[in-house]
Design a protein around this ligand. Sequence first.
Ligand code: ADP
Ligand code: MG
Length: 266
Amino acid sequence: MLSEPATTLRGLAISGVGLTKQFETQDGTNLALQPTDFSIEPGEFVSVVGPSGCGKSTLMLMIAGLLEPSAGQVLVDGKPLTEPLTDVGIVFQDDLLLDFRTSRDNILLQGKIRGLDKQEQLRRTDELMAQLGIEKAKNRYPNQLSGGMRQRVSIARALVHDPSVLLMDEPFGALDALTRTQMRIDLEALWRERPKTVLFITHSVEEAVGLADRVIVMGPSPGRIVKEMKIDLPRPRPVQVGDEAAFAEYSAEIYAIFKQLGVLHD
Ligand SMILES: Nc1ncnc2c1ncn2[C@@H]1O[C@H](COP(=O)(O)OP(=O)(O)O)[C@@H](O)[C@H]1O
Ligand SMILES: [Mg+2]
């Protein structure tokens, strides 16, 4: 049985209709994403897993309204997206922190740009830093932090204005295995506390299954969705979620797809 989140469900519905992207390059046209349909429910946690170059980042940038589709469209709560999404937090693999601001000031920048109430943003920044275990890093500059701590700062920056949508593009890609595991646990806790629609891109099958309500599996070029899989594992998910029989079945199914597509072989 899935336990209900403490607060009422929120987040935006996001869907793609015939969403397509092709890039013109010196070598001709590169079809990065074939016409693609998908739909993500408000408050749903969706992972996208696929091999390098299959169009994951392209898909996310179009959902963020930062890259124009070649055809088709993104719908947000049923309305066509025609400009960058604003009710959103974004985390990339590279933390993109400003080296001349303390970690706390990096997080506060989000609310400053948006013109949000300073006191409330200060309170929320300190709360998030405590929840993410980085309160001691408050007055330190990014180059004085470990990779895991820097990425925690960038997650706090993406959440401090409590957006309805969180987009993450391989956010844990550069971190060691233990740090990644703790990040998965902490991210799930933050999402359960303040529900929002999450699109989490990864090339790790285990991370995709461990985090998501649903996994979208993408196949190699030209990029396309090859499978969508509902993940029925109870929450909160434990550190050793991989020990659960259902987890192993979901992972095996995804690995089988990648073998069939020639992405992996024995
Ligand atoms: N700005 C761009 N110009 C030309 N080709 C691009 C551009 N961005 C991405 N591509 C190509 O589109 C395909 C998908 O890229 P990307 O979305 O970054 O894949 P992924 O994130 O899954 O690794 C790749 O073939 C990549 O080379
Ligand atoms: Mg990418």
